[in-house]
Design a protein. Structure first.
Length: 474
């Protein structure tokens, strides 16, 4: 091999390297992050005889790569049926969202199934991990705990324990003595991840690495970390809500459009096989300003409720406030309602939110948001058995959305009997039995349809209320 030494400069944010110093990183566009890291060597590698020659793909035994269930159904759904021996899963999320709780629950369930599990914590002592395990009922005989932050010691623990499942919490707290810098920097994370991945692949040990996120929501450390691992799982949820969503950002062994739903409580975290009821308010009579829709989280349809409140602006510019919805979509829907739908809202304060802390970001929620705003403006309650699904265009037209049959089937299962959808949404399949579907082409037609239904519903409700309040004849 021929080696030529030369100076090297590296970005401390993303790990990009350059031969000379520059003020701005060409990869992440950050200023002042490029610094000299010493000298690197240009190496010319010569060919050697392989220890394991290539074999025909037809003769490869794939039984060793069969996924094994983690014992948590919702987590298995995201992983594609379970975790594959030798696979490395990176689980990332905000602090306190439930990553460690879910990992400890998975570790305990795997240990009860007869697997040897090594849980390495770099943030808590073994006693603290045990207290949390006792609280959530995750104590098992074959679950081993280690509180280590040194990479060499962790690899020694792996050699001694020979686990079937390795969990490292978290990868940003582990450091290698062979790499300069504090734990969590680009060089340390790259070296630690590479060593743990190599150990998992060579031993056939499944590994779960818990990762931190930055203030922007990205995974802390170099981008190469996401390329090295087999599966990247993102933990999502609002702090004030118990609902947690786990979705696969990358998955070499299964789909990336599945979402797992979990309930985080005092007794730990549990999977929700049917979470639709969490996103609906419970009431015995219709209320103005509400409309139910069906959103697709991955391939799973979820019934959710959109609420709106419209009030006259006191002074100045009207307010636009959202919770669980995209503010830009609200502004667009308000503009289309005023120009194309005949519902002027430019001078009113408009508030829109979702129920249960769920975040609705797909365009299919536009129609439900528009009808909720219309109901709030007219002070007429929509029928409680009606759902609305559709994307609103700037010209006032309604565009079909994907998965309409699945959405309608989920709504019918919950008990809804009326649906307002864009024209042409049911080109494939038929509406569920017992559900009446109204296909409309424009937003103005949808507004007229639901206002007519709301008028008759509110008239009947008022008559029933008056009959209950009327005095008994003598």
């Amino acid at each position: 091999m021929a080696k030529v030494s030369r100076a090297a400069y590296r970005c401390s944010e993303c790990g990009w390297q350059a031969l000379k110093w520059v003020g701005r990183c060409a990869e992440c566009q950050a200023w002042g992050t490029v610094a000299e890291v010493g000298a690197t060597s240009s190496v010319r590698t010569t060919a050697v005889s392989p220890a394991r020659p290539a074999v025909p793909i037809a003769s490869v035994d794939a039984d060793a790569a069969q996924a094994r269930s983690t014992g948590v159904g919702e987590f298995d759904r995201v992983l594609g049926g379970g975790i594959v021996p030798g696979a490395v899963v990176l689980m990332a999320g905000e602090p306190g969202i439930g990553k460690s709780t879910l990992a400890l629950d998975v570790a305990a369930r795997a240990a009860r199934e007869g697997q040897t599990v090594l849980y390495v914590s770099g943030e808590e002592s073994a006693a603290q991990v045990k207290l949390r395990a006792e609280r959530i009922g995750a104590v098992a005989d074959r679950l081993y705990l280690a509180s280590e932050t040194d990479l060499a010691t962790i690899l020694g623990q792996v050699e001694q324990t020979d686990p079937d499942l390795l969990i490292v919490d978290s990868v940003q707290t582990v450091a290698s003595a062979d790499v300069e810098g504090a734990p969590g920097n680009v060089g340390q994370v790259r070296e630690v991840a590479s060593a743990l991945i190599q150990a998992a692949k060579s031993r056939g040990t499944a590994a779960v690495l818990i990762g931190h996120v930055t203030k922007d929501g990205g995974i802390a450390g170099p981008r190469v970390l996401e390329h090295l691992v087999d599966v990247v799982v993102a933990f999502e949820g609002e702090r004030h809500s118990r609902l947690r969503l786990v979705r696969a950002v990358k998955n070499r062994f299964g789909p990336t459009d599945e979402v797992g739903c979990f309930d985080l409580g005092d007794a730990g975290i549990s999977g929700l096989a049917d979470p639709s009821g969490l996103f609906l308010s419970s009431r015995d009579r219709p209320v103005p300003g509400t409309c139910v829709t069906v959103t697709l989280e991955g391939r799973r349809p979820l019934v959710a409720e959109v609420q709106a409140l419209v009030s006259e602006a006191a002074a100045g510019s009207p307010r636009r406030t959202t919770s669980g919805l995209d503010p830009a979509r609200l502004a667009m829907v308000l503009a289309v309602l005023g120009q194309r739908g005949g519902v002027p809202l430019a001078k009113d304060d408009c508030y829109a939110s979702t129920v249960g802390g769920v975040r609705l970001s797909e365009p299919a929620v536009d129609l439900a948001l528009a009808l909720a705003l219309t109901s709030a403006k007219a002070d007429l309650a929509l029928p409680v058995s009606t759902i609305a699904v559709g994307e609103v265009g700037l010209s006032g037209d309604l565009r079909p959305v994907t998965g309409a049959p699945r959405r309608l089937a989920e709504a019918a299962r919950i008990g809804f009997t009326e649906a307002v959808i864009p024209l042409g949404s049911l080109t494939e399949g038929r509406p569920p039995a017992g559900m009446r579907v109204h296909e409309v082409g424009t937003l103005s037609d949808a507004v007229a349809l639901v206002l007519a239904a709301a008028g008759s519903t509110n008239g009947a409700a008022a008559a029933r209320h008056h009959a209950r309040e009327a005095p008994m004849p003598r």
